[in-house]
Write a protein that binds this ligand. Structure first.
Ligand code: SF4
Length: 324
């Protein structure tokens, strides 16, 4: 008996792709391609300004991940104008946009300041919602109450940087918060009906591959709508670069081949209802202090993961019920 999925058969997420893909999720919601436009609204971060810590997470260099049009000196509207133009050249079919407050901690200000920035984005033509990246220790009841009211008017997701489910790792990378704080923030956000997202890194120092794989069960129990994953990359100019140079043996960086094998096993254990936005991250090669994977575009990586899933006749969540 063939226990696998036959071509043409739909998975629980309603389409034939072998994972619960973010792009399909938005197509289902809006019937069209939705483009995220990144913003740098000039926030800082409590793990940098001394409130929770100084110097930030050991791997952090925010500039490495900011598109060129994201300059905090420019207004939110100006960044949206330039960002939409930038994407139009590449994806002309997108007519609806999500303003992605990406850089640093985008709820780290008073509610009145947040209102001003978020409303400016929502008033921009074509913007149908907001995605707000932040830290678990940068939300409170007042902010969540405001976000809940916004979520009734538009698509709204709060994305938390969680990075690891293990406190020993969070301490090691100087995150300045515990996993328990992340779980509390997620629960408080989801309880208000706000979409929640989270970001995790694979390959952090001190974590074994088995521990990383076990995170699939932990993450599957969180009240999450979407997730992003990426492999650890050592970025020039970070604390982690010095640590890496001093003690390279503490780091077990994934080669692309290892990561592909690992990620397939991880996906098989991940709850089918969780939408997966990213498998990997790609800092521009000029920022990398450690080995990279060469020039692999995101769409190539997605194609390779899907090809491997098909070769193995497996899919996201295939082992979820068996293992949890
Ligand atoms: S919380 Fe984010 S912005 Fe702040 S130091 Fe860590 S990675 Fe950087």
């Amino acid at each position: 008996m063939n226990s696998g999925k036959n071509r043409g058969e739909r998975f629980p997420w309603g389409h034939e792709r072998r994972f619960n893909a973010y792009s399909n999720y938005f197509r289902n919601l809006y019937g069209a391609r939705i483009q995220k436009v990144s913003l740098d609204a000039g926030f800082t971060c409590p793990n940098r300004d001394g409130t929770r810590g100084i110097g930030g997470c050991t791997y952090c260099l925010n500039d490495a991940f900011n598109p060129s049009y994201c300059i905090p000196e420019k207004s939110v509207s100006k960044q949206l104008e330039e960002g939409i133009l930038f994407h139009k050249k590449r994806y002309s079919e997108a007519t609806k946009y999500l303003a992605y407050f990406q850089a640093y901690s985008n709820t780290y200000a008073s509610v009145s300041e947040l209102k001003q920035l978020y409303e400016e984005a929502l008033n921009y033509p074509g913007v149908v919602g907001l995605i707000i990246g932040t830290r678990p220790d940068c939300v409170d009841n007042e902010k969540l109450e405001y976000l809940e009211s916004l979520s009734k008017r538009c698509y709204l997701a709060v994305e938390y940087g969680i990075e690891s489910c293990y406190d020993k790792t969070l301490k090691r990378i100087n995150r300045g918060h515990t996993f328990g704080e992340a779980v509390d923030a997620l629960k408080a956000t989801a309880a208000r009906g706000i979409y929640t997202g989270a970001h995790f890194i694979f390959g952090l120092p001190g974590e074994s591959r088995e521990e990383m794989l076990s995170e699939a069960a932990i993450i599957s129990e969180l009240p999450l709508k979407t997730v992003k994953f990426h492999q650890l990359q050592i970025i020039k100019g970070t604390v982690m670069e010095s640590e890496f140079k001093q003690n390279p043996s503490e780091f077990q960086l994934f080669t692309w081949e290892e990561y592909l094998d690992f990620f397939i096993m991880f996906l098989e254990r991940l709850k089918p209802a969780i939408v997966v936005e990213r498998f990997t991250g790609e800092a521009p090669p000029r920022y990398l202090a450690g080995p990279g994977w060469g020039k692999k575009r995101t769409d190539e990586i997605v194609a390779l993961v899907e090809q491997r899933l098909a070769e193995l006749d497996t899919w996201q969540g295939r082992l979820y019920k068996k293992l949890h």
